[in-house]
Design a protein. Sequence first.
Length: 100
Amino acid sequence: MAICARCTGLYAGVCAGGLVWALGLRRAIPGGLSISIAAWALVPMAADVLTQMTGWRESTNVLRLITGSLGGSAAGLWFFPLLSRTTGRIGRERSTEIGG
């Protein structure tokens, strides 16, 4: 499957953000990043995309990889804590339903 450098950065960044949170940042930022901080981390990628699409400049694969990694890692640091809280809540609800 062929994917671009930006997508590779996004996927790697989400995985790295999830691993960083799971392996130690969980104590430092228990709730993860706020949605506003995660959204601000996507601004460089959006600027890169928009300036390339409008023809102002040509983006390079290195820049695409960097901006994708930045956005992906912020998204991972926002998403995985949210997923952990959600699945923990569902697990607790089910255990009380079952009687555990």
